[in-house]
Design a binder for this molecule. Structure first.
Ligand code: GRF
Length: 188
């Protein structure tokens, strides 16, 4: 199974996938490329260091969101992936992308969807005062963090948590769920 992974940040979840491919845990998964929406992400750097092909479709280089979305869609299609995985990719993709990867665009989110969608899922859960949050791996549709849920797991919020400590604990679970989801999909 070929995947393209999209990142905007450090790509620590991506690193877990790279490691799982290397160790044979995800023996049937090939990371065809890793792409970002801006220059200088650590996610792209660490992928290049691992010998994986990388690309940047820099949001700021395009006149509008539609043109950027078109370029991203074409670039991802060029790798003929079975799945595209958003692993901390912080841009909303448009209809053209969603149609091109209908049912094959996977997203991870650091909250128990449909609660706390959006860019600040961890912060918003803490601000609301819920005692349990978690993470979700789902097929992304045209909405923001919506679409059929594949895997989900709860993480307790501790009185001593900061946004950072909670997000770190969530990411430990998120990595495990993402790898398990990819293993499921590769086995189909
Ligand atoms: C993850 O929690 C992801 O769900 C969120 O951003 C985090 C990505 O972290 N949207 P990293 O770039 O994999 O370290």
């Amino acid at each position: 199974m070929r995947i393209v992974v999209l990142v905007s940040g450090t790509g620590s979840n991506l690193q877990a996938v790279i490691d799982a491919v290397a160790s044979g845990e995800l023996a049937d998964v090939q990371i065809a490329a890793v792409g970002a929406d801006k220059h200088g992400t650590y996610g792209v750097q660490r992928s290049a260091a691992a010998g994986i092909e990388t690309f940047v479709v820099n949001f700021k280089d395009f006149a509008d969101r539609g043109e950027w979305n078109h370029a991203l869609t074409e670039k991802c299609l060029s790798y003929a992936p079975d799945y595209v995985v958003s692993s901390g990719f912080m841009r909303i993709v448009g209809e053209e992308f969603i149609n091109a990867f209908d049912g094959t665009y996977i997203n991870t989110h650091p909250a128990l969807l449909p609660s706390f969608p959006g860019a600040h899922g961890v912060r918003d859960a803490m601000a609301y005062g819920v005692k349990v949050t978690g993470c979700t791996v789902h097929i992304a549709d045209a909405g923001v963090d919506t679409g059929p849920i594949l895997r989900q797991e709860a993480v307790a919020i501790l009185d001593t948590d900061t946004e950072e400590t909670l997000h770190e604990r969530i990411k430990v679970v998120e990595r495990r769920l993402l790898i398990a989801t990819l293993a499921d999909l590769a086995a189909k």
